[in-house]
Design a protein around this ligand. Structure first.
Ligand code: PLP
Length: 456
């Protein structure tokens, strides 16, 4: 494969890709016509493609490359672990050093009594674990009817049958027979799009109170858990009004509903704290983790579980697990990644230096004629494009048309910024410097100008 990358011209790589490679979340026929961009190398926050373009990756891959690209230590650890113990399982009364060390380190970093880790290969797998674990927990406690998980419309929790059902993406539910039974969705706290005349605070409260209404309608004895991302990521970096999370926590406490915080994006520093739950002031019973756990250098995810839930599960055999649960190479890489994050004080630097710097520049984008609002917490931000800022109107064109144009302009200007409908989102590597933030903002502004010129 290295030979192919080094020696084949871009057009031939594109032709082979079009002939054989089915891309996720992609209209593959359309992509084959257009020609895919081939990424060949990366360092820090910068990607290089097969034609030599240097592209600022303001999405950290898929929200995951927290320590930035090209960290030799991670490659070295992986090679060492592959030589020493490339694989062993943790199913049948065995374990290994990387899984032990990583579980202990995660327990140390996680807040409260979240001291127990069930490993998976990805965020999707971890959320599948959560569905089964919370239902099994209640069954073990003699309440087997508590099987419904409440989630939110436009949430993203993964792409497997279970996690895709848990998510609230209508486009996903329209394909392949989702959702599975006993998953219920309430509205998301997206004030810009759905808040109408309410203040953000009132709207946040009303959205949270939908959880209480759902519990009362479905029956307290039927509801097992509520799951949500501290800040919705793939839904468009939707920062909830300040009133939202305290009310959700109150309701979960009142009705003894387990709270699952999906920290796949927010975890490991993205919000300027180790976990988004800390930023939002909530006390989850389970956290879903992946992505930043290994900075994307190896596929690994997991569920961090409270002492209470873990102690109940431990009373019997939980018939669940994956071949790659706690994979030694992935675990060793994740452990080294956590060492880098901690020793280089990357999370603290985000909180005190780079996130405030980015916030000031990002929020200033609202001065642009196309930008209606700007949201940002830590290293995840969104801007909403609109033809009318005061009415918060949507474009006459189909949702996503203008966002797509803007994204294309960004790509042409060597900036990876993603669009979700007509929201533009960023989630750069946590190691981005102030100079690189200036470049990001300059390229984003140029792209917005070009987008505006194109639609006028
Ligand atoms: N949960 C959240 C919040 C995510 O953003 C994602 C992926 O983007 C997932 C779960 C699924 O993780 P994975 O793609 O590793 O299965």
């Amino acid at each position: 494969m290295t030979d192919l990358t080094n020696h084949l011209p871009t057009a031939e790589l594109q032709a082979l890709d079009a002939a054989h490679h089915m891309h996720p979340f992609t209209a593959n026929g359309e992509l084959a016509q257009k020609g895919v961009r081939v990424i060949t190398r990366a360092k820090g926050v910068t990607l290089t493609d097969s034609e030599g373009h240097e592209i600022l990756d303001a999405m950290a891959g898929l929200w995951c490359v927290n320590v930035g690209y090209g960290r030799e230590e991670l490659a070295d650890v992986a090679a060492r672990q592959m030589r020493e113990l490339p694989y062993y399982n943790t199913f049948f009364q065995t374990t290994h050093v990387p899984a032990i060390a990583l579980a202990a380190k995660i327990a140390e970093l996680a807040p409260g009594d979240l001291n127990n880790v069930f490993f998976a290969g990805s965020g999707s797998e971890a959320n599948d674990t959560n569905i089964r674990m919370v239902r099994h927990y209640w069954a073990m406690k003699g309440k087997p009817t508590k099987s419904i998980l409440i989630s939110r419309k436009n949430a993203y929790h993964g792409s497997s049958v279970g996690s895709g059902s848990l998510g609230g993406m209508s486009g996903m539910h329209a394909q392949g027979g989702l959702p599975i039974p006993d998953i219920h969705h309430i509205n998301q706290p997206n004030w810009w799009a759905e808040g109408g005349d309410a203040t953000p605070e009132d709207f946040g409260l009303a959205c949270a109170q939908e959880l209480e209404q759902a519990i009362l309608e479905l029956g307290e004895d039927r509801v097992a858990a509520f799951i949500a991302e501290p800040i919705q990521g793939a839904g468009g970096v939707i920062v909830p009004p300040a009133t939202y999370w305290p009310e959700i926590q109150r309701i979960c406490d009142k009705y003894e509903i387990l709270l699952i915080a999906d920290e796949v994006i927010c975890g490991f520093g993205r919000t300027g704290a180790w976990f988004g739950s800390e930023t939002m002031g909530i006390r989850p019973d389970i956290m879903t983790i992946a992505k930043g756990l290994s900075s994307g250098y190896a596929p690994i995810g997991g569920s961090i579980v409270s002492d209470e839930v873990a102690s109940v599960i431990a009373q019997g055999e939980f018939n669940h697990g994956y071949t790659y649960s706690g994979h030694p190479v992935a675990a060793a890489v994740a452990l080294e990644n956590l060492r880098i994050l901690e020793e280089e004080k990357i999370v603290e630097r985000v909180k005190t230096v780079t996130a405030p710097y980015l916030k000031e520049k990002w929020e200033a984008l609202v001065a642009h004629p196309l930008v209606g609002e700007a949201n940002i917490i830590g290293m995840m931000g969104s801007i909403t494009l609109t033809p009318n800022k005061s009415t918060r109107a949507a474009f006459a064109a189909e949702a996503g048309t203008v966002g797509y144009i803007c994204r294309e302009r960004c790509f042409a200007n060597n900036l990876v910024m993603r669009h979700v409908g007509d929201r533009m989102i960023i989630s750069p590597p946590l190691v981005i410097t102030e100079a690189e933030i200036d470049t990001l903002i300059a390229r984003a502004t140029t792209s917005l100008d070009e987008c505006l010129a194109q639609i006028e």
